[in-house]
Design a protein around this ligand. Structure first.
Ligand code: NOJ
Length: 538
């Protein structure tokens, strides 16, 4: 356990997201696992991070990469055992790294015991009441109960043998739980305690904005049903006021465990809505996705930063910055595309000639120094410290994401950011494991390998190490920043007692402000700061 008494460590903490399936394979079966993760703790320690968030590692048929949980208090045998999970939590703690678990409360897997019981039980039975079963419409009830569209494509309803339908906002193998049933709430409080008792520091909470549904289950007009984020405040299943009662219940459990933290994945209309999730008795953190989504120009970035600061401050909190995760196109590739080219549709069939990989790489490094200089906490996605781009040319026959399947091949999905990490420049799977990898790694992946970058002062890995070390030395506990007026296309801000960060998003080199350069995201042009470059200045 941790001996520091700072219960607010997370407010300025650095978090690292481990997509366990693709992090490191300890037993040579081509899939990442706890043994692999334990063997790479040195790498994490070198990054001076405070915590890791591990994507779902529970028993699961992996129809949605583990976000289809079959058992919430155990470990997927492909990843290891509950004893190994305990060892990992303890060994990480010895290195002052906390472990956050992914909580998936909106839906279970259809392999979960509860869902099997529901299928074997009658309509209206208590077993069915844990989920959302309804009779269908139409003459024989053979039309779905309403017109809602799944996030992954197709109807949100699937019919079972006796004719009833069940709701799934995501894949048909992810039935939605009924959060107006107290039995569901009791079960999840118990799951929280299970992991907290093992020494987990807290939870990243999946689809926090989707738990409550309008009990009438009304139809929605098509345009709204397609929007994952909606401006509509009385949407029948996104961001309903009732979710906040559920969240407060979880928070009261976490408050029994000093220093614990929960972070929300919540895609909502704007910061007015998002700040509600961040109130003192709700989540400690919510991802500031507006920053991730901001296009590469100074005004858009400044606005996203200011909105996030204002929104978090309005409820006495601080923002949680993020540039990449397992659901989005990796940011070196996003920034390599022109601002008017949306990355997800581009993945499927976009013009490859518009990709400027060199610019994307420079911008990604510049954005990293920007994000790490801002007040608040930060989440990094595995591989970004190696400068990994999206693998945008995975062939259709290897795609695993249900988005590909459920959209009928009209969306390529998220596999390209989930390709197993390269640890060494050579070897069967670039050091990921001894025997291949569950998704193919592209040729040339070895050039990004951790072992090539370690010790090379110009590498992205060394940039992350240096930036994170400086961040924790200079900025820990400091939650303020002050914008410094700068020319168009440039953002400058000062951190009290820390340093000044300057990022040049314009097309021309600019004069560097006076001072000692602590760190630069790219080479400086004499006394000038080139485009797509950022610096920290003392
Ligand atoms: C958000 C997760 O990050 C994503 O990977 C998953 O597919 C959905 N929620 C459904 O659980």
């Amino acid at each position: 356990m941790h001996n520091d008494t700072d219960t607010h460590w997370w407010r300025t903490g650095a978090f690292y997201q481990v997509y366990i399936r693709s992090f490191a394979d300890g037993n040579g079966d081509g899939t990442g696992d706890i043994a692999g993760l334990r063997s790479r703790l040195d790498h994490l320690e070198q990054l001076s991070i405070d915590a890791i968030w591990i994507n779902p590692w529970f028993p699961s048929p992996l129809n949605d990469g583990g976000y289809d949980v079959a058992h919430y208090r155990d470990i997927n045998p492909a990843y290891g055992t509950i004893e190994e999970a305990q060892l990992l939590i303890d060994e990480a703690a010895q290195r002052n790294i906390r472990v956050m678990v992914d909580l998936v409360p909106n839906h279970t897997s259809s392999e979960h015991r509860w869902f099997k019981e529901a299928l074997a039980s009658d309509p209206g039975s208590p077993a069915r009441e844990r989920y959302i079963f309804r009779d269908g419409r139409g003459v024989d009830g053979d039309e779905p109960p309403n017109n809602w569209q799944s996030v992954f494509g197709g109807s949100t309803w699937t019919r079972v043998e006796d004719g009833q339908w069940y709701l799934h906002l995501f894949d048909p193998t992810q039935p939605d739980l009924n959060w107006s049933n107290p039995a569901v709430e009791r079960e999840f409080h118990d799951i929280l305690r299970f992991w907290l008792d093992m020494g987990a520091a807290g939870f990243r909470v999946d689809v926090a904005h989707g738990l409550a549904k309008d009990p009438e289950l009304p139809d929605i007009v098509r345009a709204e049903s397609e929007a994952f984020r909606t401006e509509r405040l009385d949407h029948p299943h996104w961001d309903r006021d009732e979710v906040h009662e559920i969240i407060r219940g979880w928070r009261s459990v976490l408050d029994e465990y000093e220093g614990s933290v929960m972070v929300a994945e919540a895609w909502v209309a704007n910061w007015d809505r998002l700040a509600r999730y961040l109130r003192p008795d709700e989540f400690h953190q919510v991802f500031a996705f507006e920053f991730l989504e901001a296009e590469w120009n100074a005004e858009a970035m400044r606005q996203a930063i200011q909105n996030s600061l204002d929104g978090a401050h309005s409820v006495g909190s601080v923002p949680t910055w993020v540039l990449s995760n397992h659901d989005v196109v990796r940011h070196p590739t996003r920034y390599a595309l022109p601002n008017d080219v949306a990355s997800k549709p581009w993945l499927l069939d976009g013009d490859r000639s518009v990709l400027n990989e060199d610019a994307g790489f420079r911008r990604a490094r510049a954005a990293t120094l920007l994000g790490l200089a801002l007040p608040g906490s930060v989440y990094m996605y595995q591989g970004e410290e190696l400068g990994l781009p999206e693998v945008h040319d995975l062939s259709e026959d290897v795609l695993d994401d249900p988005v590909w399947r459920q959209s009928g091949g009209t969306e390529k999905g998220r596999d390209g950011c989930r390709v197993p990490l390269p640890w060494s420049s050579e070897g069967p799977s670039y050091g990921f494991g001894s025997n291949g990898s569950w998704l193919p790694q592209p040729d040339g992946w070895g050039a990004f390998a951790a072992d090539v970058q370690l010790g090379d002062p110009d590498s992205t890995l060394e940039l992350y190490k240096a930036a994170l070390a400086l961040r924790s030395e200079r900025l820990a506990g400091d939650e303020t920043m002050e914008w410094v007026p700068s020319q168009p296309g440039v953002l400058t801000f000062r951190r009290a007692g820390g340093f000044t960060c300057v990022i040049n998003l314009s097309r021309d080199s600019i004069a560097l402000p006076d001072g000692n350069v602590l760190l630069a995201s790219g080479s400086l042009d004499g006394g000038l700061l080139p485009p797509d470059t950022s610096v920290w200045i003392d």
